[in-house]
Design a protein around this ligand. Structure first.
Ligand SMILES: Cc1cc2nc3c(=O)[nH]c(=O)nc-3n(C[C@H](O)[C@H](O)[C@H](O)COP(=O)(O)OP(=O)(O)OC[C@H]3O[C@@H](n4cnc5c(N)ncnc54)[C@H](O)[C@@H]3O)c2cc1C
Length: 312
């Protein structure tokens, strides 16, 4: 058995990191204020797509490592991960998306056919990506972590130093909590609002960057999003924003006009210009936070990086 590791935070980042380290033979405990169902991670749409992230080799590597990990998980029905087509409307690509387009395996990326276009768009792309159904995936991760001997302690942490007193290396995966815990004013809340509609599962995702507008069909209904509200830290929905989301979604998927709203919610993305995965000099402390709107998309790659940092 290798050293003892304490992870702060039990969202998708803390759990994924916990699994990777437990698999590598470390004795891992997670200390957290919230259990997975109460975290931002449980509020995500969530599908694999590098979104509002810097164009860099690291982000590309983390994203592609995660794509592969999710693809393997999609073969197991208990994970809540399914390979699903994204119908991306329009021809606008961010720099990182252009590189992803060139890196994905052959056959995963092609122009849309005429009968696949929607919302008056003249062109677009079909991209096969992992869809991650959070109500299934987060319990799956938690269970996998516990089965590997991982432990969960539920309590609020006042400072990361208090965890380091226990002769353990600490991995900080507290998302937005790092504004206080890591004294990081580069970390910003970005609010996202969502409505869940009662519909049949059409096994696809529709995406129009304007808005942003996305429609994600899942087992429990259809997620309609969204908003990207920088520096808005109030975790509530606004009726006008929800109505606007529904209008935008119905424009590209008119059949949604008939669907009833099951629930609405808001989540705060932990945004930082550079995702922070690094070791602090002179302390037994590694950070893994600030994943913004791409936490699932890079989760396995970032967990691998934490493991490498521990082994240096
Ligand atoms: C509406 C919306 C849609 C999204 N869609 C996608 C998507 O399609 N694809 C994608 O890849 N990403 C998406 N995201 C982004 C993704 O959800 C986040 O990047 C990810 O959840 C961040 O995970 P995390 O584990 O860092 O943070 P969190 O899930 O917030 O977890 C933080 C953990 O730290 C704990 N913590 C914090 N402070 C303390 C403290 N003081 N003491 C103890 N514990 C503490 C919390 O209790 C929690 O357990 C979306 C986000 C939103 C809001």
């Amino acid at each position: 058995m290798k050293n003892k590791i304490t992870i702060a935070g039990c969202g998708v980042i803390g759990l994924t990191t916990g699994i990777r380290l437990a698999e590598a033979g470390y004795s891992v405990q997670i200390v957290t204020r919230d259990l997975p169902q109460q975290t931002t991670s449980n509020k995500a749409a969530a599908f694999w797509f590098p979104y509002h992230v810097r164009d860099s080799e690291k982000i590309l590597d983390w994203s592609m490592a995660s794509y592969k990990a999710f693809e393997s998980l999609s073969f197991h029905t208990d994970t809540g991960v399914h390979m699903t087509p994204v119908i991306k409307l329009g021809n606008e690509f961010s720099e990182i998306e252009k590189r992803i387009k060139a890196t994905l395996p052959p056959g995963r990326f092609r122009p849309l056919k005429q009968n696949e276009l929607a919302g008056g768009f003249k062109s677009g792309w079909r991209i096969e990506v992992p869809l991650i159904e959070t109500p299934v995936y987060l319990p799956y991760l938690l269970n996998r972590f516990l089965m590997q001997g991982g432990k969960i302690i539920q309590r609020t942490i006042q400072s990361l130093d208090e965890l380091m007193q226990d002769k353990t290396t600490v991995v900080n995966c507290t998302g937005l909590g790092s504004r206080e815990l890591a004294h990081d004013d580069q970390l910003h809340p970005v609010r996202g609002q969502i409505a869940l509609l009662k519909t049949e599962n059409r096994h696809r995702i529709l995406l129009d960057d304007a808005g942003p507008t996305y429609i994600v069909y899942r087992q429990d209904g259809c997620i309609c999003g969204g908003t990207y509200e920088m520096d808005c830290g109030i975790e509530v929905t606004e009726e006008a924003a929800i109505q606007d989301i529904l209008q935008r979604c119905c424009r590209i998927e008119p059949r949604l006009q008939e669907a009833g709203v099951i629930s609405t919610w808001a989540g705060l993305r932990p945004y930082r210009t550079d995702i922070r995965v690094e070791k602090e000099t002179g302390k037994p402390l590694i950070h893994n936070y600030g994943h913004g709107g791409s936490g699932f998309t890079v989760s396995w790659g970032c967990a691998d990086e934490v493991k490498s940092l521990l082994e240096i």
